[in-house]
Design a protein around this ligand. Structure first.
Ligand code: ATP
Ligand code: MG
Length: 880
């Protein structure tokens, strides 16, 4: 067995690899960005990705051979980070590529030569794998290279067959592994045993095209694509137990350990994992930000955010208290700058982004810490010793508290955590989120819940300024968080800071515009969702993008109108107390652009005289130009000064007090005029009861008064034109008209009845004879029930001995019936009441009455004919 290979630094390995292939006709190309051109892939995951269009035949190569050291990020390996010796999120993949040039035999030969000659790996420590069916590769390794067949493993499709998609170029692979324990013998080689083997080099022989049916046809131009993990080779050559302890990463770990005041070597396994995660992720985020990715809630921005948060969490786990990511990032930048100068060029952005994200996340964690404290107090109060799994899960899920952190804090307090319960909650959450895929929560709230932990609460600037420069923190379309939205789209926008007032305390949200270089959004409403101000609007032109810097500007005219109404509401409350009852308190309010609505507790209506007094008083206050000013005070101080709290409002430790000097002092978060004179005019529109003990006054103030009066004035003018009288004569004119109308109606009724009589007289001739009786069955048209009855009476009188059955349709969906029988008919056993009841049923109704006279109604005129025929038949039969 030959000696161990020689130590090489990470940089030396990278350089030797590139030099080796450069001297064999390969063009050295710089690493492509972590943000791939290929829109179907989020991040660059392999050295071949930048060449994919060449391999797919979409682009012709500039050089037949190339070699690169490519920055890669594989998020699918994130759970392995720190746990296996060889997996990272960020790593460098060294590769050599042939575009229709050299092929399998050459690639294998160079791969072997590089490994054994350049890197000095002893051949007896190498094991290779080939695709199960690739006899050609097997033969090359055995016959040309001289590897013993026992050390050539045949692997299946999963491991050793590369495809770029369901169809297209594909081919078998061959991997080279390093054997840490050749003394264990060649009999039971299991390449999955990572205590013994590490895969460091993978050669892909792209030699087939796969069609839709799955048939493989040989490619005319065969390609080579390879990948060697730089960190893995460094692990081998630096004789360290894992990638993390190589010179490529370990300095970052040392910096982190130093900040935490711990020592890596003597740390326990858990701490080591955290340090490794920090070492890995810090490299990843430094390169991601250098490649201009910014933390956000979607796509690669989200990956960046998650990685930064994991760094912060693991920092906490190893005892780091304050902010530290920028310091470890500095080490990572220093480590990479010679190979990737852009990390130094973009240093300021990297530091700024980390700072921003870390501060944000620490705030979330702080909130979680508060909650944890509360939970602990509660558990103790209940005399328990265990924090429930559910609580631990909430901390984890909402506040980013890893279970270990909760456990640690609990331990300090002499408590334990129900880990099993935590796992159950976690599983439930997973099932929930799976089923949530089927029923996506389309509400803004649903998306906000998801966003809540990632964006910070909106800062409201609108008490003092109407415009702000703001950053777009989130864009929601149909309840989904998006990166950009185009003209014509209805959107909800969250900004970091805003002058827009969000609906609260009865005051409606501001209107206005959000604009940027080439985008204009009309804001139609603003609502508060927890700590966020959500601007509801429509993109008028251009495209709005996440993280855009925009100008947010409220519509000042609208704002002034709202302010007039809001301050007027306070005046109204004071006036009500003064003239109606000092006990009056607010039960609700609406403060809009065009009106105000004030609901208050009061057991009786406010009289018209009182309303007039109130209106006059308020207009006096307005004319007296009282200064109105707001200040933020501790609640106790505000109460001591006599400030009145509004019903149903929640107040914090600090409150905003509106002081209308000499009139009122009330707690209020809304926006107000600075002098009552700005209100201009106040007019009560209505007073009414809305619920038992609650009255409502609607009123207008400021410019809205003029609008209100104009509308009234127009109506009055129109009426006076139409009636040709002066406005003050309108009421009399209308009273006269009403009287005339009533008289006409009476006349009409009389005429209708007369008409019915006239008709019924004609009907006499249609009477039938049954035995000793006359029978008359008929329909009288639109006659009402009363006239119908009169007609029946008249007809029976004329008929003498017999039965009259009449019907009418007084209204489109109504049937009226009347049956009038002479006493002899009753003697024959026919009762008008019973008789009519049965017939009315046919028309979907009912009714009854005395044996001689009965009335009924129905709802189905279409059945009337049938009903009348039935009546006739029954009468004929019964009286025969
Ligand atoms: P493994 O099975 O060890 O995860 P892989 O089969 O996923 O490796 P390939 O996709 O063939 O690896 O990538 C080519 C080379 O890139 C590997 O041989 C290895 O050296 C390196 N590599 C792959 N994934 C990682 C990773 N997550 N961290 C570090 N190096 C990696
Ligand atoms: Mg892998």
């Amino acid at each position: 067995m030959s000696s161990f290979p020689q130590f090489l630094s990470g940089s030396e390995i990278r350089q030797k690899f590139l030099d080796f292939y450069a001297s064999r006709g390969h063009q050295i190309l710089p690493s492509a960005s972590l943000v791939p051109e290929d829109p179907t892939v989020l991040l660059t995951i392999a050295g071949m990705l930048p060449f994919k269009p060449i391999f797919l035949g979409q682009r012709s190569p500039e050089f037949p051979r190339a070699t690169t050291s490519q920055k890669c990020i594989r998020t699918n390996d994130i759970e392995n980070v720190g746990r296996t010796a060889r997996h990272h999120t960020f790593f460098e993949m060294l590769g050599n590529f042939s575009f229709g040039d050299y092929f399998k035999e050459q690639a294998i030969a160079w791969g072997w030569e590089l490994s054994t000659q350049v890197f000095g790996l002893p051949p007896e420590r190498l094991v290779v794998s080939v695709f199960r069916e690739d006899d050609e590769a097997f033969a090359i390794w055995r016959d040309k290279i001289g590897v013993s067949p026992q050390r050539i493993q045949r692997l299946g499709e999963d491991d050793n067959f590369w495809v770029s998609g369901p169809t297209g170029p594909c081919g078998p692979c061959s991997e080279i592994y390093y054997d840490f324990h050749p003394e264990r013998g060649d009999e039971h080689i299991n390449l999955e045993d990572d205590t013994r083997f590490i895969e460091f080099y993978n050669l892909v022989f792209m030699q087939y095209n796969r069609d839709a049916e799955g048939n493989l046809t040989p490619l005319a131009n065969k390609n080579i694509d390879t990948g060697m993990g730089l960190e893995r080779m460094a692990q081998i050559l630096q004789k360290v137990p894992n990638n993390y302890e190589t010179d490529l990463i370990f300095p970052i770990i040392k910096t982190a350990a130093q900040i935490a005041g711990i020592d890596y070597a003597s740390s326990d396994e858990k701490t080591k994992v955290s340090l490794k995660v920090i070492g890995d992720h810090v490299r990843a985020v430094v390169h991601m930000i250098a490649d201009e990715i910014r933390a956000s809630n979607i796509g690669r921005g989200y990956i960046l955010r998650r990685l930064i948060r994991r760094v912060v969490r693991h920092g906490r786990l190893i005892g780091i208290e304050g902010e530290f990511t920028t310091k470890v990032a500095e080490t990572a930048i220093a480590l990479s700058e010679s190979a990737y100068p852009n990390v130094r060029i973009r240093e300021a952005q990297i530091q700024a982004e980390l700072q921003r994200e870390e501060t944000r996340f620490l705030k979330t964690l702080e909130r979680g810490e508060k909650l944890l404290e509360e939970i602990i107090q509660q558990v103790k109060k209940e005399g328990k010793t265990e924090i429930s799994g559910e609580s631990a899960f909430t901390l984890y899920d909402t506040y980013g508290f890893p279970l270990e952190l909760t456990q640690e804090v609990a331990e300090e307090e002499g408590l334990t955590v129900d880990v099993e319960g935590f796992n159950v909650a976690m599983e439930q959450q997973q099932t929930r989120s799976q089923s949530a895929h089927e029923t996506i929560d389309l509400t803004v709230q649903g998306s906000l819940d998801k966003l809540a932990e990632d964006i910070h609460s909106t800062e409201f600037l609108g008490y003092t300024q109407p415009v702000s420069q703001s950053q777009v923190e989130a864009i929601l379309v149909d309840g989904f968080s998006v990166e950009a939205a185009e003209a014509g789209t209805s959107v909800q926008i969250i900004l970091d800071q805003t002058p827009f007032y969000a609906e609260s305390g009865g005051q409606i949200g501001d209107r206005g515009y959000i604009s940027g270089d080439s985008v204009l959004v009309r804001v139609e409403d603003v609502k508060k969702e927890s700590d966020f101000f959500v601007h509801f609007g429509r993109i008028e032109r251009g495209t709005l993008r996440l993280e855009d810097t925009v100008t947010a500007q409220i519509d000042l005219a609208c704002r002034r109108r709202v302010q007039a109404h809001h301050t007027a509401t306070h005046l109204l409350q004071s006036a009500l107390k003064k003239f109606v009852d000092d006990e009056i308190s607010q039960a609700g309010s609406l403060v809009a652009f065009d009106r105000l609505r004030f609901d208050f507790n009061c057991p009786r209506p406010v009289t018209p005289e009182e309303l007039q007094q109130i209106e006059e008083q308020i207009n006096t206050w307005i004319a007296e130009a009282h200064h109105a000013h707001t200040e933020v005070l501790p609640i106790a101080e505000a109460k001591a000064k006599g400030a009145i709290a509004m019903f149903g409002e929640k107040y914090g430790d600090e409150v905003r007090v509106l002081d209308i000097s000499g009139v009122s002092m009330e707690l209020c978060g809304g926006t107000h005029v600075s002098n009552t004179a700005e209100i201009g005019l106040f007019k009560i529109v209505s007073e009414a009861g809305v619920a038992s003990g609650i009255r409502r006054i609607e009123a207008v103030a400021g410019p809205a008064v003029l609008e209100y009066l104009n509308v009234r004035d127009k109506v009055v003018k129109e009426l006076s034109d139409r009636f040709k009288v002066k406005p003050e004569e309108i009421p009399d004119r209308i009273a006269n008209l009403q009287n005339e109308l009533k008289a006409s109606q009476k006349q009409l009724e009389a005429l209708k009845a007369e008409l019915a009589f006239a008709k019924s007289d004609q009907l006499l001739s249609t009477a039938q004879t049954a035995g000793d009786f006359k029978i008359l069955v008929a329909e009288l048209g639109e006659v009402d029930a009363e006239s119908l009855k009169t007609a029946a009476e008249r007809l029976l009188q004329k008929l003498g001995n017999g039965a009259v059955f009449l019907a009418s349709i007084p209204e489109p969906d109504k049937v009226s019936l009347v049956a009038h029988f002479s006493p002899d008919v009753n003697k024959k056993g026919l009762q008008a009441g019973k008789f009519i009841g049965a017939i009315a049923k046919i028309c979907g109704g009912g009714g009854g009455g005395r044996p001689n006279l009965a009335q009924a109604g129905g709802r189905d005129p279409s059945k009337l004919k049938e009903a009348l025929e039935t009546a006739r038949a029954q009468l004929l039969e019964g009286l025969q």
